[in-house]
Design a protein around this ligand. Structure first.
Ligand code: FRU
Length: 503
């Protein structure tokens, strides 16, 4: 792997991207024998969506990735759509001769020869060598139903009922199945036809238990992505439900029309969580696909297309309006920090901005401010005189917004140029924003993980400046920290030496 391969314009330097060609959903994320595995929807022949394969990479820190061979390629049962990988610790499948190994559970998509209609069925494959090679189960597919949209299985172990549980998407609802051996599956329940958002087809569910911060109680979280629909400018996005689960069925704690969004930006889709993170770590880690089906095939990149979000740690918090999902950047990212600069107590106004130069179009920025009497406090990213993206806090409406309508290259899709927002209340009069800027994306974590906005941007003149200012009044920048970030492609030899060799 040469550095130049990753030097292309807009190529993220600390987000995962494929070596070349197309990427969409993260698949099969699992931790096994010291390695995080990231599989992904991949078309290895082109930079637009095509016959789907599973690309594959491994990492010891979820930040530096080693690209491996394609793990699963289409066969007589069709393309390889999204799915998951679990560790079969007890050889419940009988595929590992009494040992342990990895089992992939995924959708195969083909055309039904009987009626010429698209068909989706679930298959499995297993690996005896830490994911380096895969054997497709000869009895595939292992789960079929007469349902057109029937995909994206996510499997987890439910010890209380000594069973594997599969949640998968079926058009306008999710279906739950159970198994003792990962091979034969029996139907357990359905959820969701009348709940949450139905602004698009349901895809890529995940179901897991999480602690509520500061309480002994735990709750179950069901994540469901919803596909693009031309009627909705937001395009594809991800919602979540909070409730309870008894091994067979999920019950929503909230009223059916309560809609909770995982991310308030436009570019975090199909996110799911890692399986088998060791109990002593205990984190629930999510990575999403940093794009949107509305324009994913048209984004202005050259040899590759598609990136993942940074890894995020999930938890739950009891807020005034109910229990809500909290997301914080995984601490491993701090290993990339270098050259911290910081400032305190700076008064900003329209005519008195605070501008910081950043290098190589990337930085991590933590800003804490008091909106004061200003209508808006804004962070402008870009290069003066060229396209700029505005991340702003509107004090009157108590909203955080991203305006990328003049962010650079915007003409590849009519709905890319937009402004969108989320509710954000100050905490003791203060607003905290934590930004990750990486060539063609910005992720904004607001408050203490209260909300996230993830957006792609294509600043054709680069992103050389971060400028803070206030509109119609004065605000106080209580503190500002700016970190330079190493590229994950720098010193790869060194990383391998620190981490031990991968593979
Ligand atoms: C979500 C999705 C999945 C499907 C895959 C195909 O982005 O549409 O439902 O399995 O992408 O690439």
């Amino acid at each position: 792997m040469t550095k130049s391969k990753f030097d292309e314009k807009f190529r993220p330097q600390f987000h995962f991207t494929p070596e070349a060609h197309w990427l969409n959903d993260p698949n099969g994320m699992v931790f096994y024998e010291g390695e995080y595995h990231l599989f992904y929807q991949h078309y290895p022949e082109g930079t637009t969506w095509g016959p789907m394969h599973w690309g594959h990479a491994v990492s010891r820190d979820m930040v530096h990735w080693e690209h491996l061979e394609v793990a699963l390629a289409p066969d007589g049962n069709g393309f390889i759509f999204s799915g998951c990988v679990v560790v079969d610790w007890t050889d419940s499948s009988g595929l590992f001769n009494g040992g342990t190994g990895l089992v992939a559970v995924f959708t195969q998509h083909d055309t039904d020869p009987d009626n010429g209609q698209p068909r989706q069925r679930q298959s499995i494959a297993y690996s005896l060598d830490k994911g380096r090679s895969w054997i497709k189960y000869p009895g595939n597919p292992v789960l079929t139903e007469q349902i057109a949209d029937f995909r994206d299985p996510k499997v987890f172990r439910h010890e209380e009922t000594a069973s594997w549980v599969m949640v998968l998407a079926a058009g306008d609802h999710v279906r739950l199945y159970r198994s003792t051996d990962l091979i034969s599956w029996s139907f357990a329940s359905i959820f969701g036809a009348e709940e949450g958002s139905h602004d698009g087809v349901w895809e890529c569910p995940d179901l897991f238990e999480l602690s509520v911060e500061g309480y002994l109680s735990k709750k179950w979280v069901l994540i469901v992505s919803i596909g693009d629909d031309p009627d909705y400018p937001e395009g594809s996005r991800t919602q979540y439900f909070v409730g309870s689960f008894n091994g067979y069925s999920f019950v929503n704690d909230n009223v059916p029309d309560c809609v909770l969004w995982l991310d308030h930006g436009r570019d975090n889709y199909a996110g799911v969580t890692f399986s088998d993170v060791p109990a002593e770590d205990g984190r629930r880690l999510l990575i999403g696909w940093m794009s949107n089906w509305k324009y994913a095939n048209q984004t202005p990149t050259e040899n590759w297309r598609g990136a993942m979000t940074i890894p995020r740690v999930l938890s739950l918090r009891n807020e005034a309006e109910g229990i809500r999902l909290v997301q914080r950047p995984a601490l491993e990212l701090q290993r990339l920090r270098s050259g911290k600069r910081h400032w305190n107590n700076i008064l900003i106004a329209a005519e008195h901005s605070h501008a910081i130069e950043i290098t190589d179009n990337r930085a991590e920025v933590v800003a804490l401010f008091e909106p004061g009497d200003a209508d808006q406090v804004c962070i402008k990213l870009g290069t003066a005189g060229h396209g700029q993206t505005i991340i702003g806090y509107d004090a009157g409406n108590q909203t955080l917004f991203i305006d990328r309508s003049a962010s650079g290259i915007i003409d590849f899709h009519p709905q890319f140029a937009c402004r969108h927002e989320m509710k954000l209340q100050p905490d003791k009069g203060l607003i905290r924003l934590h930004l990750f800027i990486d060539c063609s994306s910005v992720e904004v974590f607001a408050g203490d993980g209260n909300g996230v906005m993830t957006d792609l941007i294509f600043p054709d003149a680069g992103c050389g400046t971060v400028e803070l200012f206030a509109a119609n009044g004065h605000a106080k920048l209580v503190s500002l920290e700016v970190f330079n970030l190493h590229s994950i492609y720098e010193g790869m030899g060194q990383m391998a030496a620190t981490n031990g060799t991968i593979g």
